[in-house]
Design a protein around this ligand. Structure first.
Ligand SMILES: Cc1cc2nc3c(=O)[nH]c(=O)nc-3n(C[C@H](O)[C@H](O)[C@H](O)COP(=O)(O)OP(=O)(O)OC[C@H]3O[C@@H](n4cnc5c(N)ncnc54)[C@H](O)[C@@H]3O)c2cc1C
Length: 413
């Protein structure tokens, strides 16, 4: 008999949610991570349960404005050319997915999954006793230029057609909702069904406590290798050897590094993102506010104001790019008025497949290996539903969502 029913590599929002779902269903679960649960990318994000965010970064406008986006000092997107040249497969596939038909197809699949996001996370919020961390004030998106405000219409219409509720808010109402805004607001939209977490890491740490209370086991070690056979999976974790009926790969952007998992062949890349924290400034906004042209959010986190976002295509190893942090600080002051020096900054790694769809499903090489990674900008939102779907697969139950679009062996373009 195996040591565990299910062993999970990675205790970010995705692995932790999977562990808690599986433990709640009565399985014997091992959760392995060399770091504190929730201290990776799941720590530093924009805290938003962004059920409206079905439009991928792969958008036709990226192709049209690529040179401007990349060379401008004021661009929310930056690219390391060396990294792009070393990873042509990911880059070309990412760009191919910006074509209109591909972008529309991706948005449809993301919308289908996002429609189940709340059903995936709500039972975890309850199990973790984390209701006090959840704020239901929606998300406010603002546009500061007339041209971008006009160009947003097509995307907003597409969201509505895909079932995402939103309400047009005039500039005056936007200022009443968020008196701290100093931008010239040309257009504002309230995604009223969105919620945010006051502190994502605290949420994960409470889930971890609930998991332990239900009898779940945590191993503070990296899973180095897995070996699946007809009868189970052997895992090696920093010199220890364990067995499980099923193993789940949920290592975020590092999921390709586990030997024998079959993930190294997959086109998993990263979109790096940053944040700045201002301890005393949380009252500047009352909900996540996204400045669309600038590509970042201002968020009222429990520990202060968080300015966070932007996309940097570079490697997992490259040092933090101070110019990106300076960009956020500069734009933050444009958005909210003068700010003090930040108290801390952070770089995180969104795990991103070139078609911006996560990988959720069985490994093509063995039913005993399950994949749960690649959640790009939406891991906090989709972690809960991913956990439930992976628990279904581990039990050989038929999930209530078609997982074909998220299969590891799909065509990535
Ligand atoms: C700036 C920014 C803003 C964002 N804003 C939002 C938002 O508002 N809403 C939203 O939904 N999403 C948002 N995201 C995306 C979201 O944060 C990620 O999609 C999500 O955190 C990914 O979760 P994960 O569990 O896959 O990865 P991670 O949180 O990175 O966790 C992976 C874990 O696996 C561990 N690990 C790695 N290798 C191994 C191994 N071999 N063995 C064991 N463990 C291993 C790591 O130590 C880590 O703890 C944002 C991301 C960024 C960067």
């Amino acid at each position: 008999m195996a040591d565990y029913d299910i062993a999970i590599a990675g205790a970010g929002i995705v692995g932790m949610s999977t562990a808690l779902w599986a433990q709640m269903r009565g399985h014997k679960v091992l959760l392995a991570d060399p770091q504190e649960p929730g201290s990776g990318t799941s720590f530093g994000n924009a805290c938003t349960l962004a059920t409206y965010a079905c439009l991928p970064v792969n958008d036709p406008s990226v192709l049209a404005s690529l040179p401007g986006l990349m060379f401008s000092r004021d661009s929310p997107l930056s690219l390391s050319y060396g990294h792009a040249l070393r990873n042509p497969r990911w880059m070309l596939s990412f760009l191919a997915n910006c074509r209109p038909a591909a972008s529309r197809r991706i948005a449809g699949h993301l919308a289908d999954l996002l429609a189940h996001a709340d059903a995936g996370i709500n039972p975890l919020i309850e199990a973790a006793g984390a209701q006090d961390l959840v704020v239901a004030r929606g998300q406010l998106s603002v546009w500061s230029t007339a041209s971008a405000a006009k160009a947003a219409t097509a995307g907003l219409d597409r969201r509505r057609a895909l079932g995402v509720p939103w309400r047009e808010v005039g500039p005056e109402e936007a200022r009443e909702m968020e008196p701290g805004l100093r931008l010239p607001v040309r257009r504002a939209v309230h995604f009223h069904a969105a919620r945010h977490l006051r502190d994502p890491q605290e949420f994960i740490s409470r889930m971890h406590q609930a998991f332990a209370d239900l009898g779940g086991t945590t191993l503070r070690a990296a899973v180095d290798a897995v070996k699946a056979s007809a009868t189970g999976v052997e895992l090696r974790a920093e010199g220890q050897s364990l067995t499980a009926d099923r193993a789940v790969i949920a290592g975020g952007a590092f999921s390709g590094r586990i030997k024998g998992a079959g993930t190294a062949q997959l086109p998993l890349g990263t979109e790096r993102g940053y944040h700045l924290m201002f301890r005393e400034e949380a009252q500047r906004v009352t909900r996540p506010v996204g400045w669309s042209e600038a590509g970042f959010y201002a968020v009222p986190h429990a520990k202060g104001l968080r300015l966070t976002g932007t996309v940097e295509i570079a490697s997992l190893e490259a040092p933090a790019n101070r110019r990106r942090l300076a960009y956020i600080a500069r734009k933050g002051a444009e958005m909210l008025g003068e700010l003090p020096e930040p108290d801390s900054d952070w770089l995180g790694f969104r795990p991103t497949m070139p078609d911006s769809l996560p990988v959720i499903g069985r490994s093509p090489q063995s039913d005993r290996l399950l994949y749960a990674f690649g959640h790009q900008h939406l891991g906090l939102t989709l972690g809960g539903i991913t956990g439930r779907l992976i628990a279904d697969l581990a039990e050989d139950r038929q999930p209530n969502i078609d997982l074909a679009p998220f299969a590891a062996d799909r065509r990535y373009a």
